[in-house]
Design a protein. Structure first.
Length: 139
């Protein structure tokens, strides 16, 4: 998958799936998440007028930047995601596989205020249950 194909797939993934709309509605207006596709293409993910938007450009002052391998975009896109929890678990699985990395680049207080915690809460029991299975595997 080329970087342009990966970008179009990523854009479609976030802009057309109802769980993305549900999750990103919590981001404060003007907050952007950075996404680097394979370290070769920068994207900005944000919400505008209640809808998720992905643009091919570097995010402005992102609190969080995700680096994602192009093949992970294909994997995420091929999985059914009916809830924010489904989407969260799919992303966490790719993170555990080492295909997605996340780093906080902004102020931790901004992360707390800008809606990210609400997104995690929206993932609810599915994400919590998945995280607990990871913890039990490490014991």
């Amino acid at each position: 998958m080329s970087a342009n194909e990966a970008f179009q797939t990523l854009k479609n993934y976030f802009e057309t799936r109802p769980p993305a709309r549900s999750a990103l509605r919590f981001l404060r207006e003007g907050v952007e998440i950075g996404i680097s596709i394979g370290g070769i293409m920068d994207c900005a993910l944000f919400q505008h007028a209640g809808l998720p938007v992905v643009e091919q450009r570097a995010a402005r002052n992102p609190d969080i930047v995700f680096t994602i391998r192009p093949e992970s975009i294909y994997i995420l896109n091929s999985q059914p995601t009916e809830t924010v929890g489904d989407m969260g678990v799919a992303i966490l699985k790719e993170m555990l596989a080492g295909n997605i990395n996340a780093r906080i680049t902004g102020n931790v207080l901004d992360v707390l205020r800008n809606g990210y915690l609400e997104i995690l809460k929206e993932g609810g029991s599915q994400v919590t249950k998945f995280i607990s299975t990871i913890k039990s595997l490490k014991r």
